[in-house]
Design a protein around this ligand. Structure first.
Ligand SMILES: [Zn+2]
Length: 275
């Protein structure tokens, strides 16, 4: 699933193109993709976007008259693409929006399951839709992170992925961030020292910035991740083979030297069953 660095790189790439021209035609959208029906998509026609915005892993596009907002959640397999006039695109995208002059914004989704969504909302509705999200992970800072850790007694991998607590991080960047902070994915948030919290806050910013910079240059997953999906490959810090453990329906990658003091983590689902 695209996370904060991927979404922010897309937002930056889309910000100028989407406001270059007025909207000529909004839709069609796949019946499972469009989540709202009133106002209809045609209400966008003739208006202009004021740019691309991001909140957590969602992108949204407010119209410059302040009346409507197109909100997009790509989920796991959705991709948003801007096609210049005349540029070839997919035949049947999940959602299509055409600008004056022929450029298009298209949403595609790999696989048969339609999970990505498009909403046409008022600014007030968008605010309500996004109200459950915690503060953005990028630039959160040690003080705010310390408060969240004290308030939410959880294992770190799970806490970092909880969008209500901290917004924008998923399983891939949770792996990268915890490795950079030299913290175990199973460490308990409320047991962190002030120094641990400061290291974690610094690692969040450094890793998300690193990811954003790479994604803006078009780097693929293999060039971007140093821990995630790298089972058995040498840790880039100490050379120990990267290990993995299944936890809460997720596969967690970590370095048993840098992060857990040589201990191998147990699959908690399995050990719970056997206990
Ligand atoms: Zn290591």
């Amino acid at each position: 699933m695209p996370e904060l660095p991927e979404m922010e790189a897309w937002r930056r790439g889309l910000d100028e193109p989407v406001r270059a021209f007025a909207i000529a035609k909004a839709g069609p959208a796949h019946v499972a993709t469009l989540k709202t029906f009133d106002p209809p998509l045609s209400a966008l026609e003739g208006r202009r976007f004021e740019g691309a915005r991001r909140r957590a892993k969602r992108l949204y596009f407010p119209t410059d008259d302040g009346e409507l907002v197109l909100l997009v959640h790509l989920m796991t397999a959705g991709r948003l693409k801007y096609l210049r006039a005349g540029e070839k695109g997919p035949k049947a995208p999940a959602f299509r929006l055409e600008f004056d002059g022929g450029a298009q914004l298209v949403l595609t989704e790999a696989g048969s399951k339609k999970r990505a969504g498009v909403w046409l909302l008022t600014p007030e509705q968008v605010e309500a839709e996004l109200a459950h999200l915690g503060p953005d992970a990028l630039g959160l800072g040690a003080d705010a992170l310390g408060e969240i850790c004290a308030r939410e007694p959880r294992r770190l991998h799970s806490l970092l992925r909880d969008q209500r607590a901290i917004a924008g991080i998923g399983r891939a960047w949770a792996n990268e961030i915890l490795h950079a902070a030299r913290l175990s994915p199973y460490a308990l948030s409320k047991e962190l020292s002030r120094a641990d919290v400061e290291r974690l806050a610094a690692a969040m910013d450094a890793e998300l910035e690193r990811g954003l910079e790479l994604r803006e240059r078009g780097a693929n997953d293999a060039k971007t991740y140093r821990v995630h999906n790298r089972l058995g490959q040498p840790c880039h810090v100490c050379g120990t083979p990267i290990a993995r453990v299944d936890y809460e329906q997720h596969t967690v990658y970590y370095c048993p030297q840098c992060q857990t003091g040589g201990r191998v983590l147990k699959d908690r689902r399995l050990s719970r069953l056997l206990r």
